[in-house]
Design a protein around this ligand. Structure first.
Ligand code: BEZ
Length: 264
């Protein structure tokens, strides 16, 4: 297993839990799609600080949470000492456990080598096992990303402006990828989720600081602050309502099954 920090930045686990808790709060709804059963072996890919893994364990499942960010795993291990956690990259992950289910919430859009990710997930599942995922879908946070790219370009950071940071596929593209490694798609949806950001003053600027670090490679921190604030102001007329900031999330949700025998 290797660390994937070159692809996904290490996180500020405290800031994540404090201001971006909506990530795992919405994940609770995805848990209903997973419907974890007592005794099931479940792999949580991109478990963050372990909250959802802990809910699966409470339902009686045997959970293994992996995340490429060491700071997240450190916090998860402290909070939930009875659960197995590892710093690991799903694209290079192999396991002595065969899983009944793989679960992933708001992580797969960070992984550029998407083929390797779905191949490894398929490999570690038992025949009959299921993959339950949510990620950013096509058009996700488009207004924020467009405004950020425009601002970076205006300051002369052309390379940063065209950085490929996230992968937000359409439903057709991602389900085709899953089918190409052998999955059967049981359920899939691509839907809008206007997401309220916690900080009423700095909602968009905070979000960019937390998640958009890779756009700012080589840019001095003072300049980053200026750009984040400027992007926020550009978005005020469309993304700020009744005293609250909203991000234009578009979610992709899929349940896919590794059939017992070849089905196609
Ligand atoms: C998302 O969950 O859609 C997301 C989170 C952080 C950065 C980009 C997208």
């Amino acid at each position: 297993m290797t660390n994937q920090s070159a692809i996904i930045p290490d996180w500020n686990a405290g800031l994540y839990d404090d201001k971006h808790a909506f990530v795992f709060k919405y994940g609770e709804d995805l848990l209903q799609w997973l419907n974890p059963q007592p005794g099931e072996q479940i792999l949580d890919v991109g478990c963050g600080t372990g909250y959802l893994a802990h809910l699966m364990a409470e339902a009686g499942a045997e959970v293994w949470g992996i995340d490429s960010a060491a700071s997240m795993i450190e916090k998860a291990e402290k909070e939930y000492p009875g659960i197995r956690f590892s710093v690991a990259d799903i694209t290079a992950f192999s396991s002595d456990v065969a899983f009944d289910a793989v679960f992933s919430n708001a992580v797969l859009h960070w992984i550029q080598d998407k083929e390797a990710a779905v191949r490894q997930i398929y490999r570690v599942l038992k025949p009959g096992g299921r993959l339950v995922l949510e990620m950013g879908g096509k058009g996700n946070v488009k207004s924020i990303v467009n405004a950020l790219r425009l601002s970076l370009a205006a300051y002369g950071y052309q390379e940063n402006a065209s950085a490929a940071v996230w992968y937000f596929p359409s439903l057709g593209e991602y389900t085709t990828l899953l089918e190409s490694v052998g999955f059967r798609i049981r359920n899939a949806a691509h839907f809008d989720r206007e997401t309220e950001l916690k900080d009423a003053d700095e909602g968009i600027a905070d979000w960019i600081c937390m998640f958009g670090q890779q756009f700012f490679d080589g840019i001095p921190p003072e300049q980053v602050q200026v750009i984040c604030r400027e992007v926020q102001e550009t978005l005020r007329s469309t993304r700020f309502r009744n005293g609250k900031w909203y991000a234009d999330y578009k979610r992709l949700r899929v349940i896919a099954v590794k059939e017992n025998q070849s089905w196609n």
